[in-house]
Write a protein that binds this ligand. Sequence first.
Ligand code: C5P
Length: 357
Amino acid sequence: PSPVPSLCGIPLKYISLITLAVQNSILGLIMHYSRVSTPSSRTYSAATAVMMNEVLKGSISIIIAFYRVEPGGDAPESPFFSIFRPRVFMIKCRKLSRDILSADCWKLSIPAVLYVIQNNLQYVAASNLPAATFQVSYQMKILTTAAFSVLLLRKKLTSLQWISLLALAIGVGIVQIQSGVATHHGSSAELTSMNGSKGFLAVVAACFTSGLAGVYFEMVLKNSQADLWVRNVQLSLFSLLPCVAHILFSGSTVTIGSSGWFHHLFRNFGVWAWATVLVQVFGGLVTAMVIKYSDNILKGFATSLSIVISFLASVALFDFRMTWPFVIGSAVVLNATWLYNHHPQNIRVITGRDLRL
Ligand code: C5P
């Protein structure tokens, strides 16, 4: 068996799970702040942000994938300096393009489209819900991920796990009840620009795409020998088309003036917008590693840890006042997540045979 990848002796699986928990809470807060800190007429384009996320993530993945390609033949002295030898460079380029354009690359088009939709919906949700409410409601993706894992990966869940999933839905419901009550004491401009029902609908839809796309990506990844970074490049390449289509067909394009496309795309794209994109790029790369080294259901566990961090930060940064329904609902969500992951011995190990597409 291949050795478990680790960094400084700590398994990559745990490093990536903890990193993802921290990344998720930062993203929820930063995205919310970047959207509501300016009036909606002066905010940046979410469609551009989603496209930049894919462009940057794809570029990073292609560099890593290129570095990892084995040139074969006469092994050069150092893998890093060898890429500066024209012959090795050309061999690597040829091998990498063959890997990227493999016969089964089309399979990535499905999660790619779903993730583009999801990443856009996240902006709608973060613009219309308080950061902590968004974070808790988004935990429903554990439910959809479990459902799609059962359907597509034929994973078996214990009755306790089903109960914990039900508890999770109830917990999110309780938190939602309070979000209609005045708990958020932001500026009046911020409050009037938020639409709770719109935000909640966006979260529900994002939970569906998250579950389906995540499980589908896991299925494609674990059912083939292809490198994770090559799969990431394929995912980003297939994402570009829906990203561009969204930019072209979103109504805002009709208002382009003499300043040109480039200026229009990046209008109001300030420091916070770029910070949101960068945190999302980092999260995408870590998510891919979590899916590879553990699985989607465990990923849900990591992200629910982010609730606690978001709570505390929302109170400090956004004057978010905690109410009893919020505390009780969040406690139910956290406990449900813990209960769900409490019996790892009962979780069936997924084998290659289960992962037929
Ligand atoms: O909320 P959820 O955990 O489903 O979000 C996953 C995020 O990770 C999405 O923004 C998606 O674009 C990104 N991702 C990625 N590369 C992968 C898998 C997911 O960038 N291989």
